[in-house]
Design a protein around this ligand. Sequence first.
Ligand code: ADP
Length: 810
Amino acid sequence: MNCNYVWVNNLKRYEPLSSPTNAVGGEHTPFGRDDRWLVDLLGDVVWRIDDRWRWTYANNAVEAVYGAAPSEVVGRSFKEQFVPDRRELDFAALERVFSGDELTNYETVITDRRGSPKRVMFTARPLRDADGKVIGLEGLVRDVTATAEAVEALKKAREAAERAAEAKGSLLANMSHEIRTPMNGVMGMIDVLLDSDLDADQRRSADLIKTSAVSLLSLLNDVLDFSRIEAQGLRLEETRFDIHALVDSVVRVMAVSAFEKSVEMAYDIRPDVPRFLRGDPGRMRQVLSNLVGNAVKFTTSGEIVVTVSLDGPIADDVGLTCSVRDTGVGISQDRLESIFEDYTQSSITTAREYGGTGLGLAISRRLAHMMCGDVRVESEEGSGSTFSLSVRMKSDERRVVPVKANPTFSGLRVLVVGDNGASRRIICDILGHVGIETSEAWDGDSARELLLAQDEPCHIAMIDSYLPGRDGFDLARSLRARSETESVEVMILTSAGQRGDAARCRDLGVAAYLTKPVSRSDLLEAVAVVRQGSDRATDNEAADLVTRHSIVESREKLQVLVVEDNPVNQAVASSMLRKRGHAVEIVDNGRDAVDAVRRGSHHVVLMDVQLPVMDGFEATTAIRSTPGQEARVPIVAVTAYGVEGVRDRCLAAGFDRFLLKPFQPHELFAAVEGWGSGRVDSTSPPAPVDVESPVDRDALVSTMAEAGVADAVDGLLGVFTGDAPGRMTVLQGAVERSSAPDVEGAAHVFRSAAVTIRATRLAELLDEVEWNARAGSISRAVDIMPEVEMEFEAVMVYLSDIGTCVGSHA
Ligand code: ADP
């Protein structure tokens, strides 16, 4: 029932108009005799038809394309070739040419004389007589069947390859899951074991198990990552993250091993580097950890310095370079590029001496390429190496708050004492940036000489606990012993805290004791607190010892609900959390989790995704649909499925965070803590978490609806939009004048407005400003202002995005 019969049948009935041997002869021939042989050489069919759609000319190519000689087609209807289901379209296209249009590369399907379908491309134009009247058409038909088939075959091959890669990917996912689950038990229980009372032999054995487990896990991760990159199964996440916190935590973790070898470790994030970026923090951490880990591995003395700087101005995206400089063994010039190759180490002795797979840099470089950057190295054998990771990421800050010289620090003079030049330089840089005057000394003697020689003595001596000859505490003691230097406040920077250090600090009147590497914000905050302390001390008030702990505020104690069916994993999570001081309740299936949340006062839920009775996704959906505050409890998804998309699936299902098994204690704490939810003994429910939106409009709408005035929401937001800039200006003015009562008043009224429209984060920050101003700590209020300004801007952008019109209340 298709057109093939039409063609074949018509052919049978056809009576040729022209001579069978020369179909192109006579009046129908569009070419002279000399040109004809040339036209017949063409692979495309050259054709002409009259105004009744009958072939009047065809070149020899018609034989190959239609399976009929020119003489057989001339006189036949041109319409016969078109297939029924496209015929109307094809006719219409050619009708348009009869009306004067041209047709170029029009693609369709025809059938040849034998009934085989062909994909062809038509090109046609009208034929006119001497008066310009259209008397027919002429054109080309190109057979593209072979090309189309090749494209089709390629498409099929690609689909098959994709299916194979998918199968490989899911095999890897399952393998990764199968391996990670028992590894979680191994790693977690070793930590628990190491925390118990062990004799020396047992501890040595447990330590060895831990070392082997850690290297087995890193090997597994490398091989899995590598195969996923090879199978193109690795895609990057895009999420908002704090690059400053990320670098701080990578360096801090690695610093422990560096300091054990007496290798100095410091980092410097240039102040113009935006805090929040959008990208894949997990992969960024992986590459950076690899570079810093290698630096620690291949350095036995000297220093490792990590620097993060901008590659250019901030636009929608930013270029960042993280460089890791070490003073280690270095790499010979001829090996510099090959170390980036798969499974390559710089020498055979390296493998024997340092271990490793030779995959780390290969993976790092590929990941960097995926982040639109690269990893490069400069090195000199024997002198050290500098690895630089460059990436491009979206900036998630609408503007960078310029760091202003801070009034708290004006006129402050600090002497930085330490034998490591790089560390001293970084500290001086951080201090200098906020207007603090600095001087440097490399050991105790030169520090003392400098202090005595200065006309205007330093206010603070920032002393490294390790100094050549005598330690930092000795220097502190000798400063206290001399009347000329006894009033200098002492801050001790230590790489490894010793038992009894706090008591020594108190005995010697040391004002602050910080663990290296110290972040820019911790350092400045400590200096500010010490300065205030010394101001207060002159009013005869005792100042407390400032430590990182006291700066970061005492840690919140949380009520954590652990939902996990595997007893080993239950023990791992609960013992880590309990040791950290949190209270833990355990349930082993999703339904019990929903009941427990409805009953209770949990600050955060740690939920395995694969659970019996009701799985983690269902349980989360059920919790989220619970009426009341319990529905908002933060839920952390825990899974051993380290495949692409799982994270997104979890977040889309209502989970707030995502934790991959096996996890390190610090990863667990990072996932569970920091929800701002208050203490266990507090009766208040956890604060709602809304990381994306600076204004919780839904909460506002529901409160207003309860009061029966839901339609007033937009008006309310309009009032805020109109008033807020003025309130902000008043607050900024008060801060600039350093007038505590004015700051307190301005922050208070502004805060009430922010609370009303549920700009929760802004309200919290303003509360902090108000509270500090009331307590007389104007400098702390000043420090919070950049964050207030940023959050204020986020709120305003949000309001303008949702279309709240400025001054609509007027
Ligand atoms: P591995 O797991 O073996 O460390 P990498 O790919 O991370 O694999 O590194 C490959 C090789 O590059 C290492 O074996 C070492 O020889 C060399 N290398 C990497 N980083 C450094 C460094 N900071 N100093 C000296 N050599 C290094």
